[in-house]
Design a protein around this ligand. Sequence first.
Ligand code: KIV
Ligand code: NA
Length: 275
Amino acid sequence: MKKTVSTLQKMKDNGEKISMLTAYDYSTAKLFDEAGIDTMLVGDSLGMVMLGYDSTIPVTVDDMIHHGAAVCRGAKEALIVVDMPFLSYHTSVYDAVVNAGRIMKETGCTAVKLEGGKNVCPQIKAIVEAQIPVCAHIGLTPQSVNAFGGFRVQGKSEEAAKELIEAALAVEEAGAFMVVLEGIPAKLAAIITSKLHIPTIGIGAGAQCDGQVLVYQDMLAMYGNFVPKFVKQFAQVGEIMKGAVADYMKEVQEGTFPGKEHTYAISDDIIEKLY
Ligand code: KIV
Ligand code: NA
């Protein structure tokens, strides 16, 4: 059965952990859905892991729709959240509703996600009023990389920690159904999780969150050599892929692939007439 925002809320209420992974295309989404993942995020991280940009800043609404629609076609049960990219909700509440609406209409996703705390509460409220569920995202918000002056853990000082607790309460009050906590101390994430009624999904935020999310290329070791502290590599898929490519090349070079079993036949009578 298709999971909904109430499915995820019930999971928090029952103390069941929520598993989320990113996905950006049909075949990967289908695999993760068949594995039983609760929810998938079409993250604007696709700018980096799928498109090769060095940040998420250049990603467009059209990019998100292109990938989001493919993921939705592959996911029968998982709830799909699609990221709103940089500058698609910052310019005005009106722009935010129009872009969130386009994303939901043109992909078939259940919810959108946007980054920020109090500064984006008017947008969250208006999008929710347009009947589009919103997942909030606070802490180390990658679209703020230039404003932050790099990627670093947030909420470490008393003032910053208090501000993050207030931001979490504010996005819940504005109507968000879930909130991603990224790159904050585990004990702060635990406090936020206990204060909120809606589920918290952590990435680099410790085990006390109501759920976890990872970029799949990170957890499958498919992206670069740098492994951030919060990433666990659950399989060396990058190495498996390179090994398979090397085996393929070897068999092509030797002429052992394709074998007879991979080859179409034609009757010898016809072949004789072709010489
Ligand atoms: O874009 C993304 O993948 C994300 C998650 C890592 C939370 O926003
Ligand atoms: Na994102």
